[in-house]
Design a protein around this ligand. Structure first.
Ligand code: UDX
Length: 439
């Protein structure tokens, strides 16, 4: 099939590359000229395992191309996939302006009937709103059907998530349009759920908010474990063994971040409010997450009292491993708190330092290129992101370089056996009060 993908962000690029990989002829359109130039050379603007390899391979086989020109990009398109971003607007509602603009651009350049698939995460009603915009700007003799097809890929595993998704959701009131989009995915062997448009739109928000809720729940259980002397890692494992609960998204830590969960929980709350309902569970999910991002700072204050003039190593800046994305990352809150306390910060991240430097540029913050440089002379270290490089650091060397052997582990990622081997260590994980006193 000939497919046009509008927008080359995370979702657009992964979708475009994967659709080309499974044999479709794909043209990706984006208004960002420099991005398109890079992409045509096979250079990915985002850090995503496997993406650049697929990108180059499919450009070479001429199944994948990139353009800034709608006219060129829409020629002969059987299906147009809209993946433009819906960032958080000023009041916390999704900003639909990019999507609306793309809808006008598509409509004004369309010469034949087509199907438009909307993958962007949008509140209930948006697919119909976009259809109205398209109908308003399209030539009289052309017809467009809309299919809502929300995307569930995660950063860091975008390619695998696209090719091996748990489900494909297709929402439309036109069976013929659904049949055509099913064809697009036919080689993937992924279960497909057909729904109406509103339900498809809701599935995306309901899923993300539920996962965020699960994380906030286990984080509160972790906090309670600390007070009553239980080990949250065992509790989480025991809970996850119940198939009705499931083991994923039960890892306690310093809260969720990223470009989706914080935005989507807030957007769902706005949808609820607009519909006349208060969805208190969502407010609590967000409130718990905000407090959880500060849990390591609280632990440090309990341990040291004043943090002024102390040296802290912050290991990991990205909102999770495998990405250079720092959007809504707990590291931002933590570093800002340390700056406020007039402490000194040395950071290390294998991928996200440059991005963080654009956001926090302060005399007290030093961005190091090596983990061992960051921990030198530190009074304590904070583990923020569970990168492999950080989990497998040489703990003996790290402790020997530090001024004091104090570790606050925000991801419970250091190995118990290794910790027990260290003679002098003060270790503060999340929700594991008795860890080093066990043996
Ligand atoms: C998420 C959804 O998983 C994906 O389906 C959707 O399309 C986009 O949003 P992503 O933001 O890439 O994906 O990251 P994800 O791997 O889901 O992690 C989100 C955050 O939750 C991270 O900050 C992570 O550290 C945190 N997390 C995740 C936990 O704290 N505990 C867990 O058990 C799982």
């Amino acid at each position: 099939m000939n497919v046009s993908v509008i927008g080359t962000g995370y979702v657009g690029l992964s979708t475009g590359v994967c659709l080309a990989e499974i044999g479709h002829q794909v043209t990706c359109i984006d208004i960002d000229k420099s991005k398109i130039e890079k992409l045509n050379k096979g250079i990915s603007p985002i850090y995503e395992p496997g993406l650049e390899r697929f990108l180059q391979k499919n450009i070479n086989t001429k199944r994948l191309s990139f353009t800034t020109c709608y006219e060129e990009g829409l020629i002969g398109s059987d299906i147009i996939v809209m993946t433009v971003g819906t960032p958080q607007g000023p009041e916390g509602k999704p900003d639909l302006s990019y999507l609306e603009r793309a809808a006008v651009d598509i409509a004004s350049h369309l010469n034949e009937d087509t199907i438009i698939v909307i993958k962007s995460t949008v509140p209930v009603g948006t697919n119909n709103h976009i259809k109205e915009i398209i109908d308003k700007h399209i030539a009289d003799d052309i017809k467009v059907d809309i299919v809502s097809n929300p995307e569930f890929l995660r950063e860091g595993s975008a390619i695998v998530d696209t090719l091996k998704a748990d489900r494909i959701i297709l929402g439309s009131n036109k069976p013929s349009a659904i049949a055509k989009v099913k064809e697009l995915y036919s080689t993937l062997n992924i279960p497909i759920l057909e729904t109406d448009i509103s339900s498809a739109e809701m599935i995306k928000y309901a899923s993300n908010a539920f996962l965020a809720l699960k994380i906030s729940y286990i984080n509160e259980i972790a906090n309670l474990c600390e007070l009553v002397g239980a080990d949250v890692m065992d509790v989480s494992k025991g809970m996850g063994m119940d198939r009705r609960i499931g083991e994923s998204f039960l890892r306690p830590g310093i809260g969720y971040g990223g470009s989706c969960f914080p935005k989507d929980v807030l957007a769902l709350q706005h949808s609820a409010r607009d519909a006349g309902m208060t969805f208190d569970l969502l407010s609590e999910t967000m409130h718990i997450n905000n407090l959880q991002q500060l849990v390591l700072i609280e632990k440090a204050k309990n341990r040291f009292g004043e943090l002024k003039d102390m040296n802290f190593a912050v290991l990991g800046l990205a909102f999770k491993p495998g990405t250079d994305d720092i959007r809504e990352a707990p590291s931002i809150t933590i570093i800002q708190e340390l700056i406020k306390s007039e402490a000194y910060v040395a950071t290390f991240d294998p991928a996200a330092s440059n991005n963080m430097e654009q956001v926090i540029n302060h005399d007290n913050v030093n961005y190091c290129t090596s983990l061992y440089e960051a921990v030198e002379n530190a009074d304590a270290l904070f583990i923020i992101t569970e990168w492999d490089e950080i989990i497998s650091m040489d703990l003996f060397q790290v402790l020997s370089l530090m001024k004091q052997p104090v570790i606050f582990d925000g991801r419970n990622c250091l190995k118990e056996e290794q910790l027990l081997e260290c003679e002098k260590i003060e270790y503060y994980p999340i929700g594991r009060p008795n860890l080093l006193r066990r043996s």
